[in-house]
Ligand binder design. Structure first.
Ligand SMILES: *Cc1c(COP(=O)(O)O)cnc(C)c1O
Length: 390
């Protein structure tokens, strides 16, 4: 008999759980979109988003998903035939590189398999580009498939005085892990509403520095994608290139108030770090004794704060079991060498110790039910990790 009826637990890395407060904030009839009240809320959200990213730079919002953010960056930064250096650490970085190629950008990849970029390799490549052909260095702070965390300050340092722009996809990490765009010298940053921002899917944000802004439009910059008009908008419709996503603006306002003004950004980062460590403690316990289970990223410093990837024989059957019997949805083994034998546990955005321990407990039950070999003590280890870091 299933134990699933009751609240669903969604532990997938996006769309992440949306707090009831945020849903309720969106649940309203559209006001006058030419009225002052909505324009003010929009301006306040733009200011909150700059605080979230640690920047006083420019911000262009778009209606769209993360892929739309990728396209926005491509269309504003490059002309056909320009050279971009993409540091790939998994499925998302590789998809981004393909999308840029589709726009006509020449893409060179430095591939790090499913591990974070090595700054030394980047430095060596840039040293071999004295004429400055490489226009931008691009990477995911967290590649959501490999569940890695790049060291952005180390990447910036490795760029030395090469003139390339530093472009970071923080879609799976903004609002989960530290990001100090201005202090770290990030030129362009992308994040979408449905991950660490705890909102509905449908909006994406591109922050860009004065240096990135200074180059002006390129041959790829069509009017709708042009970030200058949006970032400098005086009228509400210009921010969004047409009708604003009214209900989403209210949802964003609520979510960003929760993150920035109620819990506080540093506390939000700390919560993600502490929850991640509890998952890693469980994963290490399951891995004991040569069970065949292992955390996909070995070095804790290279692991994401918002999602953990596990190699786990029988993962597909386990995911089906915990969904059917416990009402818990886990992430698929996207981009793993054997996707059917891998899964991902998200601890992204609206997540706390109760939800996380419930998710881990459901996995433990599934391992037992399906006779999947696993080391003992995972739940005790996770609980102890939570207790120690409370
Ligand atoms: C989810 C994600 C994307 C893609 O976002 P969509 O909204 O699915 O288009 C891109 N990059 C990263 C790092 C992501 O996590």
């Amino acid at each position: 008999m299933s134990h699933a009826p009751g609240p669903d637990l969604i532990a997938i890395p996006g769309p992440s759980p949306v707090p009831a407060r945020v849903l309720n904030a969106a649940h309203r009839a559209s006001p006058d979109i030419y009225g002052e009240a909505l324009a003010q809320v929009n301006l306040q959200v733009m200011a909150q988003l700059k605080r979230l990213a640690g920047t006083s730079a420019h911000l262009a919002p778009y209606i769209g998903n993360g892929h739309a953010g990728w396209e926005a960056v491509g269309a504003n930064l490059f002309d056909r035939g320009d050279l971009a250096l993409v540091l790939t650490s998994g499925h998302f970085g590789r998809s981004w590189a393909e999308m840029l190629e589709g726009l006509g950008v020449i893409v060179e990849r430095l591939d790090f398999a499913n591990l974070p970029p090595d700054p030394a390799r980047l430095a060596a490549r840039l040293a071999a580009d004295p004429e400055g052909r490489i226009r931008a260095v691009m990477l995911c702070q967290t590649d959501t498939a490999s569940a890695t965390m790049a060291d952005i300050p180390a990447i910036r340092a490795a760029m030395g005085d090469h003139g390339a722009l530093l472009v970071v996809d923080a879609i799976a990490s903004l609002g989960c892990a530290p990001m100090r765009m201005d202090d770290w010298g990030v030129d362009v940053l992308i994040a979408a509403s449905q991950k660490g921002l705890m909102c509905l899917p449908g909006t994406v944000f591109v922050w860009f520095s004065d240096k990135a802004a200074a180059q002006g439009a390129t041959g790829l910059t069509s009017p709708w994608w042009d970030w200058h008009g949006r970032a400098g908008a005086g009228a509400l419709w210009r921010f969004w290139g047409g009708t604003p996503p009214v209900q989403q603006i209210f949802a964003l306002s609520e979510a960003l108030t929760m993150i920035l003004d109620e819990e506080g950004l540093e506390s939000v980062w700390s919560r993600h770090d502490r929850l991640a460590r509890a998952v890693w403690a469980a994963g290490e316990a399951w891995a004991a004794g040569g069970s065949g289970i292992r955390l996909s990223v070995t070095d804790p410093a290279a692991r994401a704060a918002s999602v953990t990837a596990l190699t786990l024989p029988g993962a597909d059957a386990l995911r089906a079991w915990v969904a059917r019997e416990c009402g818990v949805t886990l992430g698929v083994g996207l981009g793993a060498p054997d996707p059917a034998g891998a899964l991902r546990i998200a601890h992204m955005g609206h997540c706390n110790a109760g939800v996380l321990l419930g998710t881990l407990g459901a996995i433990e039950a599934g391992l037992v039910a399906l006779d999947i070999p696993h080391g003992p003590g995972a739940l005790e280890a996770a609980a102890a990790s939570i207790a120690r870091s409370a």
